[in-house]
Design a protein around this ligand. Sequence first.
Ligand code: AN7
Length: 350
Amino acid sequence: MRQGILEKYRPFLPVTEQTPALTLYEGETPLYHAARLSQELGVQLYLKFEGANPTGSFKDRGMVLAIAKAKEEGSEAVMCASTGNTSASAAAYAAKLGLDCYVVVPHQHIALGKLSQAVMYGAKVLAMEGNFDQALALVREITDEYPITLVNSINSYRIEGQKTAAFEVCDQLGQAPDILAIPVGNAGNITAYWKGFNEYSQARRIQHLPNMWGFEAEGSAAIVRGEPIENPETIATAIRIGNPASWQTAVAAATESKGLIGSVTDEEILAAYRMIARMEGVFCEPASAASVAGVIKQHRQGCLPAGSTVVCVLTGNGLKDPTTALESLDVKPEVIPCSKEAILQHVVME
Ligand SMILES: Cc1ncc(COP(=O)(O)O)c(/C=C/C(=O)C(=O)O)c1O
């Protein structure tokens, strides 16, 4: 029987007897061996599909703990700024525990699927005329002043929950990978994975630590540029973040692991987005494809060690953003008359 991460990884988490046994059966997501991409890149490439979580993204790992601890500590309401997935996850887990949930999202820059989730789960959804960074600054002010718990990844419980993905990768592989590639937005997730690998190493569950490769979208690559970006722009709206809250710990993860923080263009992201679906049968959202786009870029530059074991984190489900799937790629349904001949015209017979 599935346990959910609060139970499964209890010894590694700040869970007490008073912590509500909250779960939507998050975690235990697939680690797919990408046979065709491995062949292309000369490595053993695996895809950690976090889109298989209950609300369709990795956020559920951190949110289940943040919401459970909020309730344990007497909170009645939670709030977050979000590019979408944090809001969807916060709304779902808050609904499960009966907490009020306020989410502030960038008006007209949030994927349809995520917005529909936050609304359906019953959050108060505020579509603010501004970007994520502006929303986060205001939400931090409000939750400092009022008895409302902030559940963005500045909340350390989020990082604690999200580090369980690193545990799972090691459990599934039987060891740590040589390279862990991951998209970077607010930089909580790369921070969480690095913490998880270090804790598993200290617990002697793994014998080595991976190189951490984080990838920002070029139009919002604050860490790569070395300065905040006032108006970040990328088609990968989940990582359209110009001033990562966990900037320092992301740089520490890359430095300590002898890894890197790089950037990929929207074109590189979309190419990888399509490749992952058409070569490996996995539909992730655009931001998630930044991890694979980054590995492909490193390979093109001769910086991907042949034969290494590489895990790319696919952070969200492609169903979150059907608009991008239909509008920005050459995937156009053919409209045909209702006849057998009309169908056969499109069937390629060997
Ligand atoms: C699909 C997907 N992929 C990657 C990221 C980047 O993770 P972080 O570097 O830990 O921020 C996000 C982040 C989303 C939000 O920040 C939010 O929902 O507010 C995401 O949804």
